[in-house]
Design a protein around this ligand. Structure first.
Ligand SMILES: [Fe+2]
Length: 461
């Protein structure tokens, strides 16, 4: 049998560290990372020290997200930020406002044919990034690279990126990640990155921006210490910078950035604040971090590594068994989550006296459902290149009843459940985001939705 990893169509030549939540360190050039001091008087290779903090300094150790960066030029040197878009936060401007108890679906999103990473469309949002509560869901369809000498970052939240099809080459300040269909990535808030397309092939998918706290692995309770998404299967990029280390003329060596200004002009840093894009220029690349160490970093994960736990005798158990990451709602009652990120993965099923389809239910958590194509073959109709097989999503509002159709119900009652079957083997699987605060749909999402399908059967058909 093959090891439980994806045989990706697009190969990854980057190098990674492994281990979710660990304290990691990496240096692109041996000796670039100071051995003891965090902020030495003169760091190696003429580098400057900068720190990025993803949590307060007084956070408990287990919740402390800080990384020391050793870079060639300080981020401090930049022009003014100026808005690229109108102010959507003012009371007289539109913001997500469509709230409904009905189930909505988008069998196919009406997206622009030509767009880069900045062409994301906001589908829904709950709460508010400025109050550090809630989430946003964005839809992306990337057909071209971000402009040269341009980088992006979200000031609003930690960004979960899930390709539906295709792959994204993501150059971050801390290193490079290749994120392909059947993988997801997380980029911390404030980390700058640039997105391009390997081999120019389009990529589209979903983003969940977390305004509050950080994505975490769920507690395992009586399951024990392993299972679900295992800690060491998360991959963290190694330090990578645009430049080289050269002789300094005085017998030493110094790191020199390739800022690429002559060919492409100043760098543009585009930041998203409260959903609104701002831009500033600087005369040096943001990708000049030669070494780093800390706990605030991007990471990615291969869904095939998910260690599924399920029934061994009877009943279909709660989908919490499929939770990949969660964002606990600190300050609320135990067991509440800002958002849970789960998958409905390929798996073996066999059970006695069990109704297999998901039981009919109503849920205090609002659900967002999307698909991910895990079939890697270019022969698959799910991977039809620039034409794209339609992809879509659905939202199931609080306590909106949902479950199998009548025909699925009837078929399930006479199904042979005693013969092992591998399910979800059609080349795709579902992702689910569950949030405790209801999402407000944007005008774009509302106007293009199939309304009131009321949660019967497959939401994407
Ligand atoms: Fe549900």
């Amino acid at each position: 049998m093959m090891a439980p990893v994806t045989n990706f169509a697009v190969k990854d030549t980057n190098t990674y560290l492994e281990g979710f939540g660990s304290y990691h360190q990496s240096e692109a050039v041996p000796g670039a990372c100071p051995k003891v001091n965090n902020s030495p008087q003169r760091p190696p290779f003429g580098l400057r020290t900068e720190r990025i903090s993803g949590s307060s300094f007084t956070s408990p150790r287990g919740k402390s997200y800080h990384t020391w960066l050793y870079r060639i030029n300080g981020s401090l040197i930049h022009g003014d930020f100026t808005p690229l878009e109108e102010d959507t936060e003012s009371p007289d401007k539109s913001r997500p406002q469509h709230l409904t108890p009905n189930a909505y679906k988008w069998p196919q999103f009406p997206l622009e044919e030509q767009a880069d990473w900045l062409g994301q469309k906001l589908l829904a949002r709950n709460a508010d990034p400025q109050s550090k509560t809630g989430t946003a869901i964005w839809i992306f369809s990337v057909t071209k690279d971000m402009s040269m000498n341009t980088a992006f970052c979200s000031l609003d939240g930690e960004t979960l990126i899930v390709p539906h099809t295709g792959a994204l080459d993501i150059q971050t300040e801390l290193g490079r990640l290749l994120v392909r269909q059947n993988e997801f990535a997380v980029i911390p808030s404030g980390i700058r990155y640039r997105v391009t397309l390997p081999e120019g092939r389009p990529c589209r998918g979903y983003i969940c921006e977390l305004f509050q706290g950080h994505w975490e692995l769920p507690n395992l309770g009586v399951i024990g210490s392993t299972g679900l998404a295992n800690i060491r299967d998360f991959q963290i990029p190694t330090a990578h910078f645009d430049g080289e280390v050269v002789e300094d003329g005085n017998g030493g060596r110094i790191a020199k950035a390739n800022n690429n200004i002559e060919a492409h002009g100043d760098w543009t840093i585009i930041s998203r604040l409260s959903g609104r894009l701002w831009s500033c220029n600087q005369d040096h690349t943001p990708f000049d971090v030669v070494a780093w160490h800390g706990t605030c970093y991007p990471y990615k994960y291969d869904f095939a590594r998910y260690c599924i736990l399920a029934n061994a005798m009877f009943d279909e158990h709660d989908p919490s068994l499929y939770t990949v990451l969660t964002a606990p709602a600190y300050g609320s009652a135990p067991g509440t989550a800002v958002v849970d990120f789960a998958i409905v993965p390929p798996r073996w099923q066999m059970a006695e006296d069990t109704f297999w389809p998901p039981y009919y239910h109503r849920n205090t958590m609002q659900e967002f459902v999307g698909t991910v194509v895990n079939e890697q073959s270019s022969d698959s109709p799910l991977n039809d290149g620039s034409k794209f097989h339609p992809f879509g999503a659905a939202t199931l509002s609080r306590f909106t009843p949902h479950g199998p159709t009548e025909s699925e119900f009837v078929a399930a009652r006479s199904l042979d459940t005693m013969t092992p079957q591998k399910v979800q083997t059609d080349g795709f699987f579902y992702i689910v985001l569950e949030t405790e605060k209801p999402w407000y749909l944007t005008d774009w999402a509302y106007q293009n939705a199939v309304k009131n399908f009321n949660g019967k059967g497959n939401p994407l058909k």
